[in-house]
Design a protein around this ligand. Structure first.
Ligand code: GP9
Ligand code: MN
Length: 401
């Protein structure tokens, strides 16, 4: 209705499009996006049995913009929801995956925006079956020029585990394809090995398992360590081929990996005392933006996965004022604006709403519901508007510009 349109307009114009000092510093560069399967933020700078579980990421964050307070906002669509948020700046649906449910919609997506602003070529790389999450169809809708999927890789019994090709051969083979892409390009690479139930051949294990009472948690450490090595391989390969310097890298965890059931064992491993809001805290995923030549810094502004898109577009010098999206630039994001989750929970500046209870963000002590109530309207308003756009296919008439 009318109020929805007004509400949407408010969201569009509310955006400051603040041109902070880094605006445009990645303009025209190739974009390499690395979606790290089930990678939670606690892995960064974490040791298990005295050994770092992500030595490469730990060195990378020292020379990157590392956002360490970003939350997983995916719903049932898991990886596909994370892809959807980053490409469109819209929220996932409360049920199912937009990739599966709305592939015939029009979206103002990252590939389309980059095509319009700099004639970028967009390709996605992922070792699983092309129809998984309906990617093959949805990628066409989103404007990808090419999808390198399972059929484009040399997949053998030897180089596979769990869902498919292991991350190291995946990256090795991807580099050869990336080399041939028209420039500038947007290449999205989606890892796979660190997927539940975190299986790995003994010879690929570069660290010993943890010793909690949950094997899922114990094995997670080994697949995280393997993925880290794979990413190191990718960077090494790109450097060797002269494909590193003129590129902006975005690495992020797509969603949690250790589900609630295993969280007590995780807390034990991390030495975290039990806390009612641990579940929300474990929703944190790493977001790392690496621009060769820039020093970077660690940034503790709270934000959501959906905010990756706006942050990136600003770095790439693209004006986003007209886009209907809920993404906010993490360099200027107002920490009073809640980071919202599809189950109605959220993280505010000083409180956390989880399972219909309100908690003090710092201590995790339950506080009176009133403290959370004033934000509840923003939560439902944002989801309502986002859903309207998706269900009404409202971007049909919008311009990419
Ligand atoms: C499958 C991969 C994992 O192709 O993206 O999917 P998930 O189960 O994490 O959504
Ligand atoms: Mn995933």
């Amino acid at each position: 209705g009318k109020s929805d349109t007004a509400g949407m307009k408010e969201y569009i114009t509310r955006k400051k499009n603040e041109k902070h000092e880094l605006f445009g510093t990645a303009k025209g560069k190739n974009l390499v996006l690395i979606s790290m399967e089930s990678t939670q933020d606690f892995v960064v700078n974490q040791k298990v049995n005295g050994k770092e579980i992500t030595p490469f990421l730990n060195s990378l964050v020292k020379e990157s913009y590392y956002f360490n307070q970003i939350y997983d906002q995916t719903a049932q669509g898991k990886t596909s929801d994370s892809e959807f948020m980053i490409d469109t700046g819209l929220y996932p649906l409360s049920g199912g995956s937009v990739f599966v449910r709305r592939p015939e919609n029009t979206f103002i997506s990252l590939p389309k925006i980059l095509k319009e602003n700099g004639n970028y070529y967009a390709a996605s790389f992922h070792g699983n079956d092309p129809t998984f999450w309906n990617r093959e169809q949805m990628y066409q809708t989103l404007g990808y020029d090419r999808f390198f999927s399972k059929k484009d890789y040399k997949v053998t019994h030897e180089n596979s585990i769990n869902y498919g090709i292991k991350d190291i051969p995946f990256f090795e083979q991807s580099i050869n394809q990336m080399e041939r892409l028209p420039k500038p390009y947007y290449a999205k690479l989606i890892t796979l090995t660190n997927h539940f139930p975190f299986l790995l051949n003994e010879k690929d294990q570069m660290i010993s398992t943890a010793n909690t009472d949950q094997d899922v948690v114990n094995r997670y450490v080994t697949t995280i360590r393997y993925q880290d090595e794979a990413i190191k391989t990718l960077f090494g390969g790109l450097k060797a081929k002269g494909m590193y310097d003129d590129t902006v890298f975005v690495l992020y965890g797509d969603h949690y990996g250790i589900s609630e059931k295993y969280e007590p064992a995780l807390s034990e491993m991390l030495g975290n005392p039990p806390n009612p809001v641990n579940d929300t805290r474990y929703k944190q995923i790493p977001v790392i933006i690496h621009i060769p030549g820039q020093k970077g810094k660690t940034i503790g502004t709270p934000g959501g996965e959906i905010d990756i898109r706006e942050t990136l577009l600003h770095l790439m010098g693209i004006d986003t004022k007209e886009f209907m999206s809920f993404s906010q630039d993490l360099f200027t994001r107002d920490s009073r604006h809640p980071v919202i989750f599809r189950d109605g929970g959220f993280v505010g500046k000083t409180m956390i709403a989880q399972d219909n209870n309100c908690y003090d963000k710092k201590t995790g002590q339950e506080i009176e519901a009133q403290a959370c109530e004033k934000y509840q309207e923003t939560v439902w308003n944002e989801f309502h508007l986002s859903d309207e756009i998706i269900y009404g296919d409202l971007l049909r008439f919008a311009k990419v510009r």
